[in-house]
Design a protein around this ligand. Structure first.
Ligand code: FES
Ligand code: FES
Length: 188
């Protein structure tokens, strides 16, 4: 709007509610913590995690759901966070690599990843571990075929596939041993 006072012309910029770009607020639960974030509804979950929440363990690889580097769990399901818009989250729980350990106790997969020296450059590994964790939630004794099927969408440029598979078998054994020993403790 232009106003004239004597010889002076003043330009006023008046924002009306239509012109103000208000971003929506989303309430999300990540690793058992509640957050409220302001984000465009098409913002991929990956950027919400990394840029807004500072959870940088989840990696960006291809950005088109092809490599698996960005895998997180959404209600336990392995999900490519690079193509999952924040607006699609409605009350589900998100788990990232940062939320896999219980306090100081590493997840059996993380222990095996260390013991078997799986990682090379490490870039794909958070996504590999999250896919493997989702597999072991459903199948505590996976065969090689089960593992290959579950991990087929997780690429590793360094070719760590054999060690990934061995570590998943090792973690399954560890988890089954833990279950047996806690059952024995309860019965003693
Ligand atoms: S970065 Fe998401 S699948 Fe590659
Ligand atoms: S360890 Fe380098 S890409 Fe997988």
């Amino acid at each position: 709007m232009n106003l004239r006072f004597g010889s002076k012309r003043i330009t006023l910029e008046i924002s009306c509610s239509k012109g103000i770009n208000i971003m929506p607020n989303y309430k999300i639960n990540v690793n058992d913590q509640n957050y409220e974030v302001e984000a465009e509804d098409r913002m991929p979950l990956l950027w919400v995690l990394r840029d807004l929440l500072g959870l940088i363990g989840t990696k960006f690889g291809c950005g088109i759901a092809q490599c698996g580097a960005c895998t997180v769990h959404v209600d336990g399901k392995p999900t490519r966070s690079c193509v999952f818009p924040i607006s699609q989250l409605s009350g589900q729980n998100v788990r990232t690599i940062e939320g896999l350990a219980e306090g100081v106790n590493l997840h059996p997969l993380q222990k095996q990843w260390i013991d078997q020296d799986v990682a090379q450059c490490g870039y794909c590994q958070a996504g590999q571990i999250m896919s493997a964790a989702a597999l072991l939630e459903k199948n505590t004794n996976p065969t090689d075929d089960d593992i290959d099927q579950a991990m087929v969408g997780n690429y590793c440029r360094c070719g760590t596939y054999n060690r990934v598979r061995a570590a998943i078998h090792g973690a399954a054994r560890l988890m089954n041993t833990q279950v047996i020993s806690s059952t024995n403790e309860r019965e003693a």
